[in-house]
Design a protein around this ligand. Structure first.
Ligand code: UDP
Length: 487
């Protein structure tokens, strides 16, 4: 007899490596738990070069469907990235609806899972009568912050906004001063950007649950605080907020066979020739860009440190913001003679490196990072201590977690100050040296967190169980499972 169809999950990923990579991993794990899956991507803002880099991350068992492009060129040039992505999702809603209806009519649709920038797709799941889960590629502290915003503004009249108190003490012990606050939350209530943000996070309440790319030991205090909040009965006057599920870390370490078969890269070949635990890896994610002045200062700092380094150089920004992929050769922006002077002990590559393979290479000793959440988890999974150099979004908050809560990172001094942007060559050289030469304490903590990360997805691990719990809920809703399984 023909096997019954697998229940199907549709995942909606906003553009950008930081959104697509963990979503692909979520899809892969749902397939392992008995589902079939489609990842829906956007055509706008997805550079062809991104597709080339990201296709290898997508599991063969997962289908990919790209939404048609929509008109976006009428947006003012200075609109913040998060808002552009949310606007893209909003304008794509008719296409998302058409696609979901067609999937609904041809599969056993079990759930719709948009990421945190596409919650406007949740009502379509409700229209179809299927559960909607909101995937959070960032951390629990960020969910706590959005929950706080929802509580702050629930019941307020439209257009009436309150400023977030600073310092903000999040439940679970993360304390944020002004400079650590994610950009969008730092905006005053008079800023239209804040109004848009409130509108976005209020709609998180439409989700049946929020799977988060984190694990218990990574955010112990915050995870415990959420447990206390998850009382079965909503207390009187309390604002409803969906249950959270810590299901990460969604980092895929290449297995040795795969790594041997995979294309090698100049970075990995170069690392193979370096001593164990000697190289500082420097990278600022897929969207981070330093100013021209900061790029020169970083080069001088790495040179002065005397340490071996592997630097993924991106095009510098000209306006202090971050720039898109493409353009000229980023290496051309390095100071005169830098490559020649550091040749042998330093390697600079343009734009992109196979980051997880670099981080788990035995030669890699430390990571100078912008603290994007995926980069953060990847460093933790590989047991590599960090120099935290947050640039935008929630990276300042991630740096606080890494330094103050987990003790696996040092923060660059400028990260603690509201009005200073430049990290000097002297600070870079000192911090990098400290990390490599005296970083034993940080390294020991990083190694112990690495073990916890590995445990999260072990057979009885808490993150695996949390995703299994969601899987059972979805199957019960379809009548496939009784809900009394011992999963
Ligand atoms: N990445 C990579 N090579 C690079 C830069 C980034 O493979 O040279 C990957 C990185 O491993 C991570 C993602 O791109 O999985 C970036 O996500 P993150 O959340 O760290 O930062 P974002 O790019 O969203 O700022």
């Amino acid at each position: 007899p023909k096997a019954p169809p697998r229940p199907h999950v549709v995942l909606l990923a906003s553009p950008g490596a930081g959104h697509l990579i963990p979503m692909a991993e979520l899809a892969r794990r749902l397939v392992e738990l008995g589902f079939s899956a489609t990842i829906v991507t956007f055509t706008n803002l997805s550079a062809p070069v991104d597709a080339d880099r990201l296709t290898p991350c997508l599991p063969a068992s997962v289908a990919v469907a790209a939404l048609p492009a929509v008109q976006m060129d009428d947006l003012p040039a200075n609109v913040h990235e998060g808002r552009v992505l949310a606007e893209l999702a909003r304008r794509s809603l008719p296409n998302i609806r058409a696609l979901l209806r067609s999937v609904y009519s041809t599969t056993l649709l079990a759930a719709v899972v948009p990421d945190f920038l596409c919650p406007m797709a949740l009502p379509i799941a409700a229209e179809l009568g299927v559960p909607g889960y909101l995937f959070f590629p960032s951390n629990l502290a960020m969910v706590a912050l959005t929950r706080h915003i929802v509580e702050l503004h629930d019941g307020a009249a439209p257009g009436e906004y309150r400023d977030v108190a600073v310092p903000l003490e999040l439940p679970g012990g993360v304390s944020l001063c002004g400079a650590d606050m994610p950009d969008a939350f730092r905006a005053s209530f008079t800023n239209p950007r804040y109004a848009k943000l409130v509108e976005l996070v209020r709609s998180y309440r439409l989700a049946d649950g929020i799977p988060v790319n984190t694990f218990y030991e990574m955010e112990l205090g915050t995870a415990e605080a959420f447990k206390r909040l998850a009382v079965p009965e909503q207390a009187a006057g309390e604002v409803f907020f969906p249950p959270v599920f810590s299901v990460g870390p969604f980092v895929r370490r290449p297995d040795p066979e795969e790594a041997a078969a995979g294309a090698s890269s100049p970075c990995l070949e170069w690392l193979d020739r370096q001593p164990v635990g000697s190289v500082v890896y420097v990278a600022f994610g897929s969207g981070g860009a330093l100013s021209v002045e900061q790029t020169a200062e970083l080069a001088a700092g790495l040179e002065a440190s005397g340490q071996r380094f592997l630097w993924v150089v991106r095009m510098p920004s000209t306006d202090g913001g971050h720039c898109g992929a493409g353009g000229d050769d980023p290496l051309a922006w390095l100071p005169e003679g830098f490559l020649a002077r550091t040749s042998g002990r330093g390697l600079a590559v343009a734009a992109w490196a196979p980051q997880v393979r670099v981080l788990c290479h035995p030669a890699t000793a430390a990571f100078v990072s912008h603290c994007g959440w995926n980069s953060t988890l990847e460093s933790v999974v590989c047991g590599v201590p960090m120099l935290a150099w947050p640039l935008y979004a929630e990276q300042g908050m991630n740096a606080v977690i890494l330094e103050e809560k987990l003790g696996v990172a040092l923060r660059v001094p400028a990260a603690r100050e509201d009005d200073r942007c430049l990290v000097t060559r002297h600070e870079i050289a000192t911090a990098v040296k400290e990390l490599v030469e005296e970083g034993q304490k940080l390294r020991r903590r990083a190694e112990s967190l690495q073990k916890a990360a590995a445990g999260a997805w072990s057979p009885e691990g808490p993150s695996r169980r949390a995703l299994e719990e969601v899987a059972v809920k979805l199957k019960v809703a379809l009548g496939i499972e009784s809900g009394f399984s011992d999963m």
